[in-house]
Design a binder for this molecule. Structure first.
Ligand code: CP
Length: 312
């Protein structure tokens, strides 16, 4: 069971924890601002509280996570500030632990993204306030997994019994690492589809996980044979390669979509590069932009639970 001290990895969550969080996110969604056709009153649950965003610049740059965490905090009536290592006293040699102690002294919650997978755990051990993993290198992205599961529940009304294909860069794609583990809690065994060289690392494979290594030019055939309910595509993480990543490129286009079951959906944590053709954006089965929007209510729920705010 999740102790609600920090949010560091998906392993900390039981199925019931995820279900409770999803139920809370559903109740908070009308106050999240993601439905532009509806008016709402902002909530004051986090009034006076401060979130510190600690995102390593460069390879770990972010649009969705860096944007939706402050949006969630502000929809709850709280405030945000950004910590920048490059302009901090870390440049003078201040330790990670001392820096964290200082930051947690003037924050109520810290959101951390760093290329070093251990960074968030060190920050959590030195912090006096909750710490959230916003993506730790190529390891995990647990809040993305929670919003991915929320998106599936919104679409299908359930997780149990879904057939999910995770596609693309399964080696470096942190979102699929935590997603496969999250789905397993609901008895869903994901199927990986990837090129040789980008297989899922052993530490993220669950007991029921299966993998098909294919020539990615055959992605349409592989998916039409599998008949998944959810195609969860991922970007080839070029920034994590030393060699040429272009050899792994693939594309999901109208032709691929035509071979899928009519109720199947295409998800993607985004950003996309070329793996999702823009010609499928208008198809109602392409739900990746709705998926990104769902980051706000889900992160509102995460903040309420970590900061111990009841929402009736
Ligand atoms: N999905 C996701 O984590 O996107 P960003 O890298 O833009 O935050």
């Amino acid at each position: 069971m999740w102790d609600r001290k920090h949010l560091l990895d998906i392993e900390a969550f039981s199925r019931t924890d995820i279900e409770n969080l999803i139920a809370l996110a559903k109740r908070l969604e009308p106050f999240s601002g993601i439905d532009k056709s509806k008016k709402f009153k902002p909530l004051g649950l986090c009034s006076g509280q401060i979130m510190t965003l600690w995102f390593e610049p460069g390879k770990e740059n972010s649009t969705r996570t860096f944007g939706s965490f402050p949006a969630a905090m502000m929809r709850l009536g709280g405030n945000c500030k950004v910590f920048d290592e490059a302009t901090s006293s870390m440049t003078k040699g201040e330790s990670l632990e001392d820096t964290t102690r200082i930051l947690s002294g003037h924050s109520d919650v810290i959101v951390d993204r760093h290329h070093d997978a251990d960074h968030v755990y060190t920050v959590a051990s030195a912090s006096s306030v909750p710490v959230i993993n916003a993506g730790n290198g190529s390891a995990q992205h647990p809040t993305q997994t929670l919003l991915d599961i929320y998106t599936m529940v919104k679409k299908f009304g359930r997780i149990e019994g879904l057939k999910v294909a995770v596609v693309g860069d399964l080696k470096y794609g942190r979102t699929v690492h935590s997603l496969v583990k999250g789905l397993e809690k609901f008895g869903v065994h994901a199927t990986g589809i990837c090129p040789q060289g980008l297989e899922m690392p052993g530490e993220f494979r669950t007991a029921g996980y299966e993998e098909r290594i294919i020539d990615m030019n055959d992605i349409g055939r592989a998916l039409s044979e599998l008949k998944p309910d959810v195609v969860y595509a991922t970007r080839i993480q070029a920034e994590r390669f030393s060699g040429n990543s272009g050899t792994y490129d693939y594309i999901i286009d109208k032709a691929v979509l035509s071979g899928l079951p009519k109720n199947a959906v295409i998800m993607h944590p985004l950003p996309r590069i070329s793996e999702l053709s823009r010609e499928i954006d208008a198809d109602e089965r392409s739900i990746y932009f709705h998926q990104a929007d769902n980051g706000v209510p889900v992160r509102m729920a995460i903040l309420c639970l970590l900061l111990d705010h009841e929402f009736e």
